[in-house]
Design a protein around this ligand. Sequence first.
Ligand code: AMP
Ligand code: MG
Ligand code: MG
Length: 307
Amino acid sequence: MASPAVLMRLVASAYSVAEKAAAIVRKVMAGGDLGIVEKCGANDLQTKADRLVQMSICSSLAQKFPKLTIIGEEDLPSYDVDEELIENGQYEEILKKTCPPQYSSIKEEELVVWVDPLDGTKEYTEGLLDHVTVLIGIAYGGKAIAGIINQPYYNYEAGADAVLGRTIWGVLGLGAFGFQLKEVPDGKHIIITTRSHSSKMVNDCIGAMNPDAIVRVGGAGNKVIHLIEGKASAYVFASPGCKKWDTCAPEAILHAVGGKLTDIHGNSLHYNREVKHMNSAGVLATLRNFDYYASRVPDSVKQALVP
Ligand code: AMP
Ligand code: MG
Ligand code: MG
């Protein structure tokens, strides 16, 4: 058999790398010393877990795929990474799947990987552990085409002997796996948004959508999981603040199951290596009925959020 396409090998490796990342996230928390550093103020934090996980993910992928462009959230000095942080495995189930033909001849150097080592850091420091995810997004031609989301604390309320954590992955044209796709009942408008980065504009935008309920949780990864599991109908964030590493993996998985993630204007996000990191024009995402929400974004919000 011909060797698997580079994209599938990368996704299979990133799956294993994300599981190692989750183990690091749990280990740092269990150790009790989070080593918190403020980046741009008290709502923009970095912990020892963010640092170690980024080193682990970026070094592991770079060793195996030296021609990739890898962009991680954390600004870290470059030094030799401890061998203990390197993950060499690959998830065999992914290698058994056929690469969608449009991606089968992609070269390693054409791929851009966006890494959020720990999404929902603020919530992690506050003990809201089920909000936390590890995000590895893969882009080609500026488009998010594959993604891995690991939830290190999935199942943590199930008791001491429950297996902690799960990994959701997806590739455009192939689908998304590791969870059960579910939709919110027809006609119900459940809006999910930020918990720790709210503003008047964020709330005004949600108010204009006639929500039946508003769910406020941390993390872009966590919010998109709520969309694909039928726990929320729209992710609405009418504010700058979210970055490309927050949206790349969630967008790819959402798009792989027929959903849509854009800025607040309904414009696609771009993930080529030169792109600005900030999603200045906010985020709007749904599994179904995108147009209902897009059509209700107030003009004042659109004017205030320039891409
Ligand atoms: P949230 O929905 O607040 O959890 O935000 C989703 C992602 O965007 C997280 O990685 C946040 O750190 C990031 N984010 C959103 N707003 C801001 C902000 N005002 N400053 C820094 N990071 C932000
Ligand atoms: Mg994040
Ligand atoms: Mg992060």
